[in-house]
Design a protein around this ligand. Structure first.
Ligand SMILES: [Zn+2]
Length: 129
């Protein structure tokens, strides 16, 4: 992956990150008021999701999806920084740019991903039996 696509990707990831944090804040703020609101405002910017507990009624399922995506984004950004982005965690080969375009958070190449899915499939079946 060249420098230009790395820069584009980083920008894209940061924008996505901001959009998700904004959306999460909106959802949490529906359920809380007053000074708690200010706490949420700053905490989420810092990636502190413990504030979610302030809003007990909040739609936690949705928020945990947001949170998972944020973790993936942060991981991708970290990898961009240390130069390991786009390298399969399993076999160390470069993941194709085509694949990364569709799945920017992919951590495995296509082959390894398929292998893993097959193993998971088998494990699932074993649990059932
Ligand atoms: Zn691989």
């Amino acid at each position: 992956m060249n420098t230009k696509s790395r820069t584009t990707l980083r920008k894209h990831l940061i924008e996505k990150r901001e959009a998700i944090v904004k959306e999460a804040k909106r959802e949490i703020e529906k359920f809380i008021r007053g000074e708690d609101k200010a706490i949420v405002e700053t905490a989420l910017d810092d990636g502190d999701w413990s504030v979610v507990d302030l809003a007990e009624d909040v739609n936690l399922k949705r928020l945990s999806n947001h949170r998972e995506t944020l973790v993936k984004i942060d991981e991708a950004l970290r990898k961009l920084d240390d130069g390991t982005y786009g390298i399969c965690e399993e076999c160390g080969q470069e993941i194709s740019e085509k694949r990364l375009k569709v799945l920017p958070f992919a951590i495995y190449c296509k082959d390894c991903q398929e292998k893993k899915e097959k193993i998971e499939e088998v494990e699932k079946q074993e649990e059932v039996e």
